[in-house]
Design a protein around this ligand. Sequence first.
Ligand code: ADP
Length: 193
Amino acid sequence: MPNLLIVGPPGAGKGTQAARIAEALGVPAVSTGDIFRQNIKDRTELGERVSAILDAGEYVPDSLTNELIDDRLAQADAEQGYLLDGYPRTAGQVEFLDGVNLRRGEQLDAVIRLVAETDEVVRRLLARAQEQGRSDDTEEVIRHRLEVYERETAPLIAIFAERGLVVEVDGIGAVDDVTERILAGLAERGIAA
Ligand code: ADP
């Protein structure tokens, strides 16, 4: 079973596609954003610590995020592989994940890069704000999240490209079509159910 990442700007559709791809390949989709939001909802200690950070559109400190991922990937359902959504987002997180994989005696198999233009992602995030009422989907915070993404996370794609891992997929179009493109791109690398 493969070890996969899905990367792309906020609003590119990572969460939607991650759930579908994970299901098709039989690995768990692990979204750090979803885990943080669940903790905030459940009013856990972690939730209390990260709530204001998410609302501001900033990144949670690596120390907290890395520990969370370490625990999550140690669970039984991730023993045979995983699809990470929203992690790693910083250079420190890339390094930490390399360490986790080394300990598992494994490596990353592919990085799905979902491509979408800024205008389109802002439009989608504002629409989602109306549907879901996510507290970090206001126009000001959206703009800030995109800036943080461009500064901290977009440059990391070069690291994965150097390793020859990147599967680039156009994120614009019908949800089913995008899923098909991703599965086709993975199949080309011998990653299939
Ligand atoms: P999106 O990619 O649409 O902005 P996510 O659900 O992936 O949404 O993330 C929401 C928020 O959760 C981020 O803005 C950040 O505050 C926090 N977060 C999620 N993943 C990470 C991470 N790997 N490192 C630091 N913060 C994170």
